[in-house]
Design a binder for this molecule. Structure first.
Ligand code: ZN
Length: 353
């Protein structure tokens, strides 16, 4: 779990104070990975105080992170600085937060990032790392994974060393998120709740967080009573609770299939989940009904026909990626999931998308 967290509008201003005691001398910089949407945005960047060799690195977010990108970022740090950084700070959405987590792990673990995709393969503690989300929903700020696309698969580095040491939750940082992005990323949180609450791995820990997050998602996406600020505050906490819920359970069918779309077509996580979830009424009837209501209320039109021109071997690859995520299927469908979820069924579903 994340051991330290501050919450509140304007709490980003406390970052300096939080980091100061963690500095390991003037040769050990703090590296800030910042979503490149904030390039030139002085409202945010002027509040990052750089000292000694500290550095801001803008991270492009058109594509989700690749293992090779992490290896490059780690090498850049090793070549530029004589000492390991004092800390890595990720300021952005799920992509940037995952980059910050992955780099902080790979600075202390030998080899390539792709060697660690899976569960509990990391052996050495990471360096100190801090997460500052600027969009709500992915739960990356609280999760014990960092999702990466490698040469073979799209899979996270799941480990006890992955979670941030510190998170700063400042809902004000989400004020300029475009509407479609807000919806897709918010729906990631909603899907986390549904997949956790409907899963066979469910337990009292996951349920307590999942139910709270689901309730907040309904208020935010279906209610009419919240002010803009209240909705921002609540979505930030819904993301946190949704992340906590899956931390002790698992996600399910939508995530498994969305990873297939992401791997083959580069479809980003939030929108990928939405495209898949829209077709999952057989698996999550209640959740899909709510999702369609939310989609209608916010006038969201999802892309259609993204799989229309795919070749058979491409469908095969997507199905391979989806089926390789065994814990997700076991959570969704139980121990005998292989009897229920066949390649043919997956093919039919993908063909509809
Ligand atoms: Zn997700």
């Amino acid at each position: 779990m994340v051991s330290r967290v501050v919450f509140g509008r304007g709490s980003f201003n406390q970052l300096d104070e939080i980091l100061a005691p963690k500095r390991n001398g003037r040769h050990a910089p703090f590296i800030y990975y910042v979503d490149d949407v904030f390039k030139g945005n002085r409202w945010l960047t002027s509040r990052i105080n750089l000292s000694y060799k500290d550095k801001i690195i803008y991270v492009p977010t058109l594509e989700e992170p690749k293992t090779s990108q992490i290896d490059q970022l780690v090498e850049d740090i090793i070549l530029e600085f004589s000492e390991l950084p004092s800390g890595i700070i990720g300021i952005g959405g799920g992509i940037v937060l995952d980059v910050a987590k992955a780099v902080s792990l790979m600075l202390t673990n030998k080899g390539e990032a792709k060697d660690y995709q899976g569960w509990d393969l990391i052996k050495q503690p990471s360096i100190y790392h801090v997460g500052v989300p600027t969009i709500s929903g992915t739960g990356s700020e609280v999760s014990r994974t960092t999702i990466l696309t490698g040469p073979e698969r799209k899979l996270g580095i799941n480990s006890d060393y992955t979670p941030f040491h510190q998170v700063v939750l400042d809902p004000e940082l989400t004020k300029d998120v475009p509407k479609d992005q807000w919806f897709y990323t918010g729906m990631d949180c909603f899907v986390h709740c549904v997949e956790s609450l409907d899963g066979t791995y469910l337990n009292a820990f996951s349920q307590s967080y999942g139910e709270k997050a689901l309730e907040m998602c309904k208020e935010i996406f279906l209610g009419d009573d919240l002010s803009k600020e209240e909705a921002q505050d609540k979505l930030m906490m819904a993301s946190w609770h949704g992340g906590m819920s899956i931390a002790y359970s698992q996600v399910g069918v939508a995530h498994a299939m969305s990873y297939g779309l992401g791997y083959l077509l580069g479809v980003k996580h939030g929108i990928g989940n939405c495209i898949v979830f829209d077709h999952l009424e057989d698996y999550y009837p209640e959740g899909v009904k709510l999702f369609k209501q939310m989609k209608a209320k916010h006038n969201i039109t999802l892309p259609k026909g993204i799989c229309a021109d795919l070749e058979p071997h491409q469908f095969d690859k997507m199905i391979d990626v989806a089926l390789s995520l065994e814990p997700l299927w076991e959570n969704a469908l139980g121990k005998d999931w292989k009897k229920e979820m066949t390649r043919e069924k997956l093919l039919d579903l993908y063909k509809k998308m």
